[in-house]
Design a protein around this ligand. Sequence first.
Ligand SMILES: O=C(O)c1ccccc1NCC(=O)[C@H](O)[C@H](O)COP(=O)(O)O
Length: 209
Amino acid sequence: MTKVKICGVRDVATMQLCASLGVDWVGFVFHPASPRYVLPEQARRLHESVSGGLTPSRVGLFVKADDKTIEHTLQTVPLNVLQIYDSVERAKEIRSRFGLPVWLARGMKSASDLPVRAEVDGYVIEAPRQDGDDRPGGLGRTFDWALTQEWKAPAFWMLAGGLTPSNVQNAINASSAPAVDVSSGVESRVGEKSHKLIEQFVEKARIRG
Ligand SMILES: O=C(O)c1ccccc1NCC(=O)[C@H](O)[C@H](O)COP(=O)(O)O
């Protein structure tokens, strides 16, 4: 079954919905410029609101964050994975310093942007940045999913960027992605998750193509 990550979770009700649906990962955005930003203390409260049962793994998103920021975050909320918007070298450094799996986000302009060696634990394969973007992800923008169809992925990866309940099945079929990641496509407005859209997305993503 295709795995699902719901990114940009900011409120208890959405966290609890993700847990009840058996979502595989939730993403907390620790990038202050994001409309989905959460403080580490908020993320801890979200985590505590579902702990005890079967809970989604917690992915922390960091954009060019320094060690101090990551350290403070990890002291406040237990994370399972660090999703990094930075260089391969910095991603490796973070992995060895904090001892947690690191996923590196990669924007796809062409198939040559696809990683050929496993430099980190996983890749979030998404749309490329464009001039004027105020953040590196969570922009609801797609790319050509067929780029990954024949790719021999060297490590775990997930497909991200512009996915919605309406296109996620096509996206999985076209890309052969083992996991999908969504934020904007399950929101009623930027930063506000829609429970109905999350339920629809999870259901569609799990249908075998
Ligand atoms: O969501 C943000 O505002 C954000 C800010 C900085 C770095 C990453 C951010 N989001 C990444 C994601 O939510 C997902 O990994 C992915 O890009 C899916 O985004 P979307 O196209 O909105 O579904």
